[in-house]
Design a protein around this ligand. Structure first.
Ligand code: DAH
Length: 346
């Protein structure tokens, strides 16, 4: 094969390879392969010394033409590949600004939380502060400090989860009364509400849950009277269930209050005439309350000759159920979105 044929074949081979190349990196390799210092064209030029003198410029010219042709083909290909890359990038990164945005589902307050916060706000506005206590409680605070000694029949009112003989899951928020009074070391006023979880060995059904919430209230000072309790509860009833609400107190029994009462509100559904909501009585039972028993004051370090107080305890689930017409307490705990979404604020 003559050098001329070799160059011609080289050119065809290179142009074919460039034409078939679909990748900038591969093209770079072709450039090195055909035009590089160790490439075949350099090789040809190096071998020109052996040629007869008159052929040298002709072959030299041809080699340069071949090199230029390959170079041009590579450059053209390079441009085409770069252009293709840009087009692909543009296509893949195209943003359709007319598409509607992806909306984040917005959460809302759990109805029980909303009711508890509403009650907290109301009492904070009346000068109460929010107190807390442990859910794993000593028998002493849950019962004894509340005038319920061991073996007292009143313990049967609240079936308990015991952890040891002396420790249990609190059955009500009332132990926070004793803890808070103790912390005040006999000096009033004590004016707290305490929302929190409580536990009872009940079988879960539409109105019972082994775990539920309570809100405790306690006001101890000189000259606190039953009429103060009545006033506060009236404000509470009106705020939660409407300005037209009346309240009534019925005698009741709790070991930690004397006298003890249960508070009813006039039915917010029928206004008191009798309906399904109030079971035709015109009244709805809302909470238990009373004047703090002298024994309870004394056990927690307050002189019952100097101090008096009232206390109350309510179930926010019951209040939320009444307020929103919820028929099953279990709805509060199962986090069914179909239930929760109904309490979205406008
Ligand atoms: N602790 C009571 C219960 O769980 C509720 C209660 C009634 C609390 C009267 C009080 C109160 O503070 O004075 O059934």
């Amino acid at each position: 094969m003559t050098l001329r044929d070799t160059l011609e074949a080289l050119k065809n081979e290179a142009l074919e390879a460039v034409a078939a190349c679909g990748d900038i990196k591969d093209l770079q390799a072709l450039r090195v392969k055909y035009l590089g210092k160790k490439g075949p064209i350099t090789e040809v030029l190096r071998g020109m010394g052996k040629l007869p003198k008159e052929e040298r410029p002709i072959i030299g010219q041809l080699a340069n033409d071949v090199r230029a042709a390959i170079q041009a083909a590579i450059e053209e290909k390079q441009k085409a590949l770069e252009e293709r890359e840009i087009q692909e990038k543009l296509a893949s990164e195209t943003i359709d600004v007319t598409l509607p945005g992806r909306t984040q589902p917005k959460g809302n307050r759990h109805p029980l939380t909303a009711v508890i916060e509403e009650i907290e706000d109301l009492f904070i506005g009346l000068g109460f502060s929010v107190a807390e206590g442990p859910e794993v409680e000593k028998d002493y605070y849950n019962f004894e400090a509340l005038n319920i000694p061991k073996d007292h029949p009143a313990r049967d009112m609240q079936d308990s989860f015991y952890i040891t003989e002396d420790i249990l899951l609190r059955t009500h928020t009332s132990p926070v009364q004793a803890r808070t009074m103790e912390a005040h070391q006999g000096k009033g006023p004590v004016k707290i509400i305490c929302p929190g979880k409580v536990y009872r060995r009940d079988t879960d059904d539409a109105t019972h849950s082994h775990q539920f919430m309570q809100i405790e209230g306690l006001y101890v000072d000189r000259n606190v009277r039953l009429s103060d309790l009545k006033g506060i509860l009236t404000i509470f009833a009106k705020k939660m269930f409407g300005e037209d609400r009346k309240i009534r107190l019925r005698p009741s029994f709790f070991p930690f209050t004397e006298p003890s009462v249960e508070m009813d509100i006039s039915c917010f559904h029928c206004g008191g005439d009798g309906c399904r909501v109030c079971k035709q009585t015109g009244w709805i039972e809302i909470l238990g309350a009373g004047m703090v028993h002298p024994n309870v004051l004394a056990m927690s370090g307050f002189d019952p000759e100097v101090y008096t107080g009232f206390a109350f305890g309510m179930g926010p689930e019951r209040i939320a159920m009444l307020k929103y017409g919820i028929d099953d307490i279990r709805h509060f705990y199962t986090n069914d979105q179909r239930f929760l979404q109904q309490f979205k604020r406008a």
